[in-house]
Design a protein around this ligand. Structure first.
Ligand code: FES
Ligand SMILES: [Fe+2]
Length: 405
C-alpha cells in the first residue's frame, strides 16, 4: 500500500536479466561469449613466471615458455591436481612442480619423469588448455567449442603501420582510472550506445571532461548495421560546419568509439573490448593506433586538474565519470527496476541484438561477427569524428548502413 505513495517502504527488490549478465560456461550468455575471441592480458605481462588469470569466470594460468610460446591452461594439474602456478617454465612448456609432468601450450604431455620410459602412455594425458593469438600487444583466447572456433579477426585500422606510427594498449578503466571495474561487463558495454550521458555526466556534472564541441546538443540517431549497432550524432558547429560522429557497438564486447577529445578527426584510431573477468568484474582493453610523436588522447581534466587516482572521495562525488556511474549501478544492475526512456533507445538496441544472438546459437546457428574464412581480410569499421564543411565530399563520409531493426 505504501509503495503507491512513492515511499521506499516495500519497494520491489528488483532482479537482473540473466540473459544479459551471465558469463559462466553452460549459461546461455556465457556460451554466446564463448563463440568469440577475447583479449585477456597485455603480451608484455606474460613471462616465464606463471600468472593466475581469470577470464569469463574461469581460473586459468598463463605463461610464456622459453621459445616464446604463450600457454593458457587450467591450473589444476591433470595428474593429481596441484596448481601449475608453481610450475617451472622450460624452453618448451611448463613442468608441474609436484611430480614433474611437462605440458606444452596445447596441453600435450611431453614428459612424465617418474613413469616407466618417462611416460610410455603420456600421449593419453592432456592438460586442459585454450588456444591463444597475440595481436598488436594483446593476448587473445577462444574459450568455446573447438568445432566453432572462428578465424581470428584482424582490423584494417591496425594494419600497415607507417614508420612513424605505433599501436598502444590502454587497460585502465576510463582514462587515468583503475584497471578493473567491480561491475558486470554488460553495463560497461551498453554505455557505449548511451550518447546522452556525455552531455550530463561528462559535461554538465563533471565537465567539461571532453572536447567543448561535444557540449553542443546534437541530432542523434541509432541504426542497426551488419556488425551491430551504431549511433550517429550531428552537431552544427558555430563556423557552419557539421561534426558528424559515429560510434559502434559490435558483438560481443567490442566498442568502436571516436576520440572524445576530438584529437583524431576522420576514421577512428581505436577499438576497445569490455572483457568479463567474472560476473561482477570487468576489464577494458583499448587498442590505439597513433603517430609515435603524438600524445595519447588527452586525459579528461577533472576538478583541480587531478587524475582519477588523485581525487579525494568528496571530489569523486563532485566529479563522477564512467567508473563511478557504472560501478554505481551495482555489481549487477537490476534490470527489472529500470524505467527505460526515449533516450535509452541505443541501450535497448544493444540488448536486443544480444538476445537475438542468444536465439541464433540456441537454434544451432553462428552469431554475427564470426567468420570461418581462413583468408578473411582485415575488418573495417565506420566509427569516427567527421567534419563536414560546404566543400566536403559527402560520399567519403561513412554513414551507418541500416538493416531492418
Ligand atoms: S600433480 Fe602434477 S605431476 Fe603430479
Ligand atoms: Fe562516458
Amino acid at each position: 500500500m505504501s509503495y503507491v505513495t512513492g515511499r521506499a517502504y516495500l519497494r520491489p527488490a528488483g532482479a537482473w536479466d540473466s540473459d544479459l549478465i551471465e558469463v559462466e560456461a553452460g549459461t546461455p550468455a556465457g556460451e554466446l561469449l564463448r563463440r568469440y575471441w577475447h583479449p585477456v592480458i597485455r603480451s608484455s605481462e606474460v613471462t616465464t613466471v606463471p600468472m593466475n588469470l581469470q577470464i569469463l569466470g574461469e581460473d586459468l594460468i598463463i605463461y610464456r615458455d622459453g621459445s616464446g610460446k604463450v600457454g593458457l591452461l587450467e591450473p589444476r594439474c591433470c595428474h593429481r591436481g596441484t596448481t601449475l602456478y608453481f610450475g617451472q617454465v622450460e624452453e618448451i612448456g611448463i613442468r608441474c612442480p609436484y611430480h614433474g609432468w611437462l605440458f606444452d601450450a596445447d596441453g600435450t604431455c611431453l614428459d612424465q619423469p617418474c613413469e616407466p620410459d618417462r611416460g610410455r602412455n603420456k600421449a593419453s594425458y592432456r592438460q586442459p588448455w585454450y588456444p591463444v593469438v597475440e595481436y598488436n600487444g594483446l593476448v587473445f583466447t577462444y574459450m568455446g567449442p573447438a568445432e566453432y572456433e572462428p578465424t581470428f579477426p584482424r582490423y584494417a585500422m591496425f594494419e600497415d603501420l607507417g614508420d612513424d606510427e605505433e599501436i598502444v594498449i590502454i587497460d585502465h578503466f576510463a582514462f587515468g582510472g583503475p584497471t578493473e571495474a567491480p561491475c558486470n561487463w554488460f553495463q560497461t558495454h551498453e554505455n557505449a550506445m548511451d550518447p546522452y550521458h556525455v552531455f550530463i555526466l561528462h559535461n554538465a556534472i563533471s565537465g567539461p571532461q571532453f572536447d567543448p564541441r561535444l557540449e553542443i546538443w546534437p541530432e542523434i540517431d541509432f541504426l542497426r548495421h551488419p556488425d551491430g549497432v551504431a549511433a550517429t550524432q550531428d552537431r552544427a558547429l558555430p563556423d557552419g560546419s557539421i561534426l558528424h560522429r559515429v560510434t559502434e557497438v559490435q558483438m560481443p564486447t567490442i566498442r568502436v568509439i571516436p576520440t572524445p577529445t576530438l584529437s583524431v578527426l576522420g576514421p577512428t584510431n581505436n577499438l576497445s573490448w569490455a572483457v568479463p573477468i567474472h560476473r561482477t568484474l570487468t576489464k577494458v582493453f583499448a587498442m590505439v593506433r597513433k603517430r609515435v610523436d603524438a600524445d595519447m588522447q588527452g586525459l579528461p581534466v577533472y576538478g583541480n586538474n587531478k587524475t582519477w587516482h588523485e581525487l579525494t572521495e568528496p571530489e569523486h562525488q563532485r566529479y563522477p565519470g564512467d567508473y563511478e556511474t557504472q560501478v554505481g549501478q551495482g555489481p549487477v544492475t537490476l534490470h527489472s527496476t529500470e524505467q527505460l526512456s526515449s533516450t535509452d533507445r541505443g541501450v535497448s538496441m544493444v540488448r536486443r541484438l544480444w538476445k537475438e544472438q542468444l536465439r541464433v546459437i540456441a537454434d544451432g546457428g553462428h552469431p554475427i561477427g564470426v567468420s570461418f574464412d581462413p583468408d578473411e581480410p582485415p575488418r573495417t569499421v565506420i566509427a569516427g569524428n567527421y567534419l563536414i564543411g560546404p566543400d566536403t565530399d559527402r560520399t567519403q563520409i561513412p554513414l551507418a548502413q541500416t538493416i531492418p531493426d
